[in-house]
Design a protein. Structure first.
Length: 324
């Protein structure tokens, strides 16, 4: 009888294993744009099996200009999204229960691309600056406050570089892997000034989740953060696996642009610089979040009564410590 019971238990255990009782946790990540080098760490974690090692089955969905990540997250169409501090702080003000749990970039990659005669951002007071509409309520007030720019300088940026190419008195908003690459392809020499180098405080490409997800699946969130940071470290060692997936998802992405993007990420130390250099990739601090919230309040982008602490938690990243 004892032998029969033991055999039965063994059969039950085997059946449970074969039926997927220990199947990987399914996770959906929605990015903030079309697949590109700026998402390399996440695609690397898929391509090299890092997520699988942590018991995660991760699907990455591309964002885009018409995709509202916060809205889709709130509708539980994704478990995690890549977002931006301003969006999450504004959501906290509106009472939307979303929380940032880690960051990809220690610095916002946004900046201005200028012609080579410009020595610094303080040399643009008499220049025309092309700015997309959404940035008039993000970094533009910061530039005005810091450098004394005026709204009269602004013209709409339509993501066409031709006005910049033909007019030496035009500067243009830029991401380091995009507009400078296009200018290089057009054999035009430029300079790129990263706002963060001058003190612009937000993080970027942050990992954001609904608070109920963090409460119901804290282990999944912790594993996702850890694996994603390991993905970033792996990506800089050998980006080929992730880049193959990125090109599959976004066929317009070329090898040349991916290589340029990786080089810029390394050069500007967007992932590995700042606090990440000593505390680990993805780390965030209370001080930086306060700086961002304080700026938004000064710029009248956030109500002073908003509890900015609701926009983030250090719980899932503080002990991760994936050093570059």
């Amino acid at each position: 009888m004892r032998a029969l019971k033991a055999t039965s238990l063994l059969l039950i255990s085997s059946t449970a294993l074969s039926s997927g009782a220990f199947a990987a946790d399914k996770v959906t990540l929605l990015t903030n744009w079309y697949a590109q080098a700026e998402h390399g760490g996440f695609y690397q974690a898929v391509a090299t099996g890092i997520y699988q090692k942590y018991g995660l089955d991760v699907t990455i969905k591309m964002g885009g200009p018409q995709v509202n990540g916060i809205q889709l997250l709130a509708a539980h169409q994704a478990d995690f999204i890549l977002s931006y501090d301003f969006q999450v702080l504004s959501s906290a003000e509106a009472g939307i229960p979303v929380t940032t749990i880690a960051t990809s970039f220690q610095y916002d990659p946004q900046g201005l691309m200028t012609h080579t005669d410009i020595a610094g951002l303080d040399g643009l007071k008499n220049k025309t600056i092309l700015v997309a509409g959404n940035n008039m309520t993000s970094w533009w007030p910061w530039l005005k406050e810091k450098y004394g720019y005026s709204d009269a300088q602004v013209r709409p940026y339509t993501f066409n570089l031709q006005p910049f190419f033909v007019n030496p008195d035009v500067a243009i908003q830029a991401y380091p892997s995009s507009e400078p690459f296009q200018a290089e392809q057009a054999h035009t020499k430029t300079k790129f000034f990263l706002f963060a180098d001058q003190g612009y405080p937000p993080y970027s490409a942050t990992i954001v989740a609904m608070q109920d997800t963090l409460k119901s699946k804290p282990d999944v969130a912790a594993k996702f953060v850890k694996a994603s940071m390991e993905g970033w470290k792996s990506y800089f060692n050998n980006p080929a696996p992730a880049n193959a997936l990125i090109k599959k998802e976004n066929p317009q992405m070329t090898d040349a642009q991916l290589a340029f993007g990786v080089a810029q990420l390394k050069k500007l130390k967007l992932v590995t610089g700042g606090d990440a250099a000593t505390q680990g990739i993805g780390v965030m601090t209370d001080a930086r979040w306060k700086q961002t919230a304080d700026y938004m309040v000064r710029a009248k982008l956030l109500k002073p009564t908003t509890d900015y602490h609701k926009a983030y938690t250090l719980k899932f990243i503080k002990d991760t410590k994936v050093l570059p």
